[in-house]
Design a binder for this molecule. Structure first.
Ligand code: NIG
Ligand code: FE
Length: 427
């Protein structure tokens, strides 16, 4: 085939789809069945090259449909499941060291906050991350990203936040930039600046001094770094940053072109949800202690709620009110929160399973949480909406299974993606 002009419209028919879930159903509200999310048996999908060199969905229909477009090639999935590319919209996966010693202490009753007050917690990981080299950070983060990619993650957000000074926050962004190149065409990586993750030891007892440093030095340096973050995130929490701190940080970040995310209501409700909504935050995350009024406000806003069920389990805390968030009408995304202190995991599979088994979501609501709503929580990066829809970018996950049912049924067994489409460089 001549690789000039017409390649832009090259069409490929995808066949052998035993189950297609487009995730193009409603963004909010209860979804009792997969059919409500857009499940099709015997479907074919036609994709075509777009002008940017990527792929977009040209047609979706049944295998025998009379209006099937003529294609240049076809690709057989061999009876596998086709989903929109999965999204892990909340991770902190660039860090050094581990906190297994703290985990053991927590199992004998010491609280997460007590460990932090004793100089451990996030600050422990900050010390290790400051001392680590770029290759060391790349190596450990690569393993975590590979684990996610094997389960079918095609978009992953990574927050900084284990540097808490100009040099190390920029070092982490640099690592994220290298990971973006290394995983190009496999996993798209969205960077979030999170210098307001904790107060570092050099500002101990001077939180305001640290917030000044974040606004005057750290965030401006991060915005100039080669890998400019799309978002800023603030840990708005008792013992970390209050709403006034968060307000100053959000205003600075906005001027630097970053959109807002916030960690809220993880340990206590300090009014962060209404504040974040009023700021037009793209998402609020954790939500363990979110009240009925917080849920009602989220339902009326475009701010996405991000549930992190593995963090609750890992901390032996209650789950966020996942069922009430969906029933109330909030857009609910789900993610791993991969980090060394509160969720040492890359299991997107367990996120789905526990959201269903403990959070009482339906499989369709859980799946929507790591596709459609997770893409929304990242501001639909490069136009990816987390669904398979005509005219939209085609970014796909193929599960190496005849349906998604086993993902929920086989407790603890990682779901396996199949990389045939990736190998063929389609979507
Ligand atoms: O999402 N809440 C703040 N950040 C992480 C925990 C980070 C850590 O303990 O290292 C979280 O739970
Ligand atoms: Fe987090």
């Amino acid at each position: 085939m001549r690789m000039t002009g017409p390649i832009a419209r090259r069409k490929v028919r995808i066949t052998g789809i035993s189950q297609l879930v487009t995730c193009a159903g409603p963004e909010r509200g209860p979804l009792p069945t997969l059919a409500a999310l857009g499940e099709h048996r015997d479907a074919q999908v036609v994709v075509r090259h777009n002008l940017e060199g990527g792929w977009e969905v040209a047609w979706i229909g049944s295998a025998g449909a009379a209006d099937t477009p003529t294609c240049d090639a076809s690709f057989d999935l061999g009876g596998r499941t086709l989903l929109p590319g999965l999204v892990d919209c909340h991770t902190h996966l660039v860090f050094a060291g581990d906190r297994s010693h703290e985990f053991t202490q927590r199992l004998s009753g010491v609280s997460y906050q007590a460990l932090a007050q004793a100089g451990g917690g996030i600050v422990h990981t900050v010390q290790r991350t400051r001392a680590a080299t770029v290759p060391q950070l790349i190596e450990s983060a690569t393993h975590r990203l590979e684990d996610l990619a094997l389960q079918g993650a095609r978009v992953v957000e990574i927050k900084t936040g284990y540097g808490l000074d100009v040099a190390t926050e920029c070092k982490i962004l640099n690592v994220i930039g290298i990971l973006q190149q290394r995983f190009a065409g496999i996993v798209e990586i969205v960077a979030t600046a999170m210098p307001a993750h904790a107060v570092p030891p050099e500002f101990s007892g001077d939180r305001q001094g640290y917030v000044d440093a974040v606004c005057q030095h750290i965030l401006p340096a991060m915005a100039r770094c080669g890998t400019a973050p799309s978002f800023v995130d603030v840990f708005v929490e008792q013992g970390y940053f209050d709403v006034d701190d968060a307000q100053r940080i959000a205003a600075t970040a906005r001027d630097l072109g970053m959109q807002l995310k916030a960690h809220v209501d993880e340990f206590a409700d300090i009014g962060a949800v209404p504040w974040a909504i009023a700021q037009g935050a793209t998402s609020v995350e954790h939500l363990l202690h979110t009240s009925a009024s917080g849920i009602a406000q989220l339902a009326k806003s475009s701010t996405v709620a991000v549930g992190l069920p593995l963090t609750s389990v890992f901390l032996r805390e209650q789950l966020a009110p996942l069922r009430a968030l969906v029933d109330g009408g909030a857009a609910l995304a789900l993610a791993t929160d991969c980090n060394p202190g509160s969720a040492m995991t890359t299991s997107l599979t367990l996120v789905l399973q526990l959201a269903v088994l403990l959070g009482k979501l339906s499989p369709a609501e859980a799946l929507r949480g790591i596709t459609r709503c997770a893409a929304l929580a990242l501001g639909q990066p490069n136009g990816y909406t987390g669904r398979i829809a005509v005219g939209e970018p085609f970014l796909a996950t193929v599960l190496d299974a005849a349906s998604v049912d086993g993902v929920f049924y086989e407790l603890g067994t990682p779901m396996r993606s199949w990389d045939g489409l990736l190998q063929a460089r389609i979507g």
